[in-house]
Design a protein. Sequence first.
Length: 275
Amino acid sequence: MTRTAHRIRTSATATAAAAVLFAVAGCSSSGGGSGEAAGGVPVVKKGKLTTCTHLPYPPFQSEQNGKVVGFDVSLIDLVAKNLKVEQKILDTPFENFKTGAFLNSGQCDLAAAGMTITDERKKNVDFSMPYFDATQALLATKKSGVTSLADLKAKGKKLGAQAETTGESYAKGKGFNPVAFESSDAVLNGLRTGQVDAVIIDYPVVQGWLKNKANADEFALGENISTGEQYGFSVKKGNTKLLDAINKAITDAKADGTYNKLYEEWIGPLPKAQS
């Protein structure tokens, strides 16, 4: 992350909803034994695969017609189906994904939040195989004339980023002190309302946002920033059975074409390297 045609909630609402569970359709409702899914995979709640996320972060997860949907959601639905359980989604603050707090406390089985795999995060959680290659992007108001970070610095314009994300870290590493926002929606709203002149945010978020003509008329994609980031799903350290189940679902989805279909549905055309 480090986090689009869905209903948008404000960052305040997202934080307030941290204890709300959302049912996600598309999975079998049968479960394994007490605290276990099919194949002896441990789960924190019988018959459920409980996923921690942070809303909204379209196209990976956001609400649409009262349900949480997106690319991450669809991939974890595949895991839940294989385990013969139903996915449940718990909206939590993003900072918990760095520490693994909700995994360690037994509130969630896994975290799926468009989260970049980093060495720092690996100290606290175990990651699945990478399931998405991500790049950052600079998005700016057209009136700012900003098309690059160099422009931004030369013109003395304000930069924004989502707090606790690799985008924020990248900006700081380049000598910027970005205005921090709690969610991707808050970042984009800060740009829209003039709190900042440009933002660094994950390219898929920008890609989806600019599909809206009103946004495309007012804002422009600047440079793409390749940081070598890859997203992964995380589990509590040592939970190898669940990790194996997640990796199998990703591998199978890539082999049978399901991954490509979901990518095109939620994100857009496949990059040449993946087509």
